[in-house]
Design a protein around this ligand. Structure first.
Ligand code: NDP
Length: 468
């Protein structure tokens, strides 16, 4: 199952499935099965039965399975990358599909490397209390279409290590990649512990209310996250909600425009801006505003965009028509408001594929929808500021707080500014990089709970105290 054709054959549902098209060309990629609620119930039952034996394995034995699953991903990585490119759109090259496929095995391995020993909380001669984390049972993993393989692994790697079984529900836009990933993992894992159901939001909704599901790991929009928080309440499910963001970057006057341009560029345009913690609004001090705009524009002009199968391209299409239209409408509104287009702004709407040119918009009002709404696409608004306190106030003015960044030649100054920003992660002189060792999560309406690191791992277990 290590070639693209073998992988696709293993998952294709044939004529009974839903056709999935390449966002760069409109060509058919394959057919995703359309599972029913009855299929979902059967998957949860199978997961619940398999979970018992899985949870009785030692942590070392479960990690041995996960390490071998990582090896299986590595063996299939070129095929998986091709499927990601054809279905999701991100190119092989740059921070694209090869990077995503590679991150999946890395994440599995690092998740197994976290030290998770019994914690003694009191040992004073009279009281001896320890905490261990026990499995929850069945975990639901519901994910979006932007990084379909990587985000699925983020959800299932810690869940499996902690002794849970998992039922995955991929996005309707990118089910094939996730079906393939699960197939690869299941070539190694014991039968039943990892299930997948493919279908629309109603399947996701049924999963979040299923009585045998103990926890929902959800990554997606704030609107859906809100619905899940409501619907899962009846059975008091545990939740990790990684929701939308609208990350601000603040460039201080002492930053070097040339030195920071590449970091700013990839912070904003990785995966065509379709990344939860991408840089989505940039505040630049008046004294270097024009220089930063010039450096970013010159860099963006050199970035090749096209079908991701062509190795020369580092940028591809937007993943779907819905997202293309959101970006198009916000950019049109920005142009109509009199904001200055430095680059892009005018897609060829009749050309095949959802290609939207890299767009940089300067001198835009700070309360314009392109600034205050999540564009989730390749259009960056650049706001001019003179007063740093005002810029910090703007960064904190929204009801989301996933990430943010501060750019400066003075690390101490940047850190001091970072402490005033309301977000789950604040990067200095970079934006959006995640690391399996470092907890990541949002505040405000960007969600709650963290993924990654030991904190992410223990959130897939239930703490149990033994006192005595
Ligand atoms: P959606 O919220 O639309 O969908 C996410 C997933 O939820 C999909 O699998 C979807 O299924 C499913 N779903 C839809 N309705 C329900 C429901 N009622 N109950 C349970 N599941 C449901 O998000 P997008 O896929 O459009 O992703 C884009 C958004 O995700 C952006 O706002 C982005 O910021 C955010 N995001 C956040 C990240 C983070 O780490 N914080 C990372 C990546 C993205 P279906 O597709 O079949 O409708």
């Amino acid at each position: 199952m290590n070639t693209y054709e073998e992988l696709l054959t293993a998952i294709d549902a044939g004529d009974n499935g839903r056709p999935i098209y390449d966002p760069a060309t409109g060509d058919l990629v394959g057919h995703a099965p359309q599972h029913s609620v009855a299929d979902l119930n059967a998957a949860v039952d199978a997961a619940a039965s398999a979970q018992k034996a899985w949870s009785l394995l030692s942590d070392a034995d479960r990690c041995d399975y996960l390490q071998r699953a990582a090896d299986a991903i590595d063996a299939a990585a070129p095929a998986l990358a091709e499927l990601i490119t054809r279905e999701q759109g991100k190119p092989y090259s740059g921070p694209g599909s090869r990077f995503e496929a590679g991150a999946c095995s890395t994440w599995l391995r690092v998740t197994c490397s976290h030290d998770l020993s019994e914690e003694t909380v009191v040992d004073d001669g009279e009281t001896h209390a320890v905490i261990n984390y026990r499995p929850i049972g069945v975990v639901a993993a519901i994910g979006p279409w932007n990084w379909p393989a990587m985000i699925t692994i983020w959800q299932i790697a810690p869940a499996l290590r902690m002794g849970n079984a998992v039922v995955v529900k991929p996005s309707e836009y990118t089910p094939l990649t996730v079906l393939a990933l699960v197939k690869i993992l299941n070539s190694v894992l014991p039968e039943g512990v990892l299930q997948i159901v493919s279908g629309d939001g109603s399947i996701g909704a049924a999963l979040t209310t299923h009585e045998k599901v103990g926890k929902v790991m959800f990554t997606g929009s704030t609107a859906t996250g809100r619905r899940i928080a409501e619907s899962s309440g009846a059975s008091v499910k545990r939740l990790t909600l990684e929701l939308g963001g609208n990350d601000a970057g603040i460039v201080l006057p002492d930053a070097d425009p040339k030195a920071i341009a590449e970091g700013l560029f990839w912070g904003a345009f990785i995966n065509m801006g379709q990344t939860c913690a991408a840089l989505k609004r940039l505040y630049v001090h008046d004294s270097i505003y024009d220089a930063v705009c010039t450096e970013l524009t010159e860099l963006a002009k050199q970035m090749p965009m096209g079908h991701g199968i062509d190795e020369t391209n580092v940028l591809g299409p937007v993943q779907n028509k819905m997202q293309f239209d959101i970006v198009d409408n916000l950019v049109t509104a920005a142009k109509d408001s009199g904001a200055r287009v430095l680059l892009g702004g005018e897609p060829d709407r009749d050309a095949p594929g959802y290609f939207f040119p890299l767009t940089l918009i300067a001198d835009i009002s700070p309360d314009h929808p392109l600034v205050v709404q999540e564009q989730f696409g390749p259009a960056l608004p650049i706001v001019r500021y003179t007063d740093l306190d005002w810029a910090i106030e703007q960064a904190n003015s929204l009801d989301v707080g996933l990430g943010a960044s501060v750019w400066s030649s003075d690390r101490d100054k940047a850190r001091e500014v970072a402490t005033q920003i309301e977000a789950g992660t604040i990067w200095i002189n970079s934006h959006g990089g995640v690391d399996p060792r470092i907890p990541f999560g949002g505040i405000k309406q960007s969600g709650y709970g963290v993924e990654f690191g030991v904190a992410g791992l223990t959130s897939l277990g239930v703490p149990q105290v033994i006192n005595g």
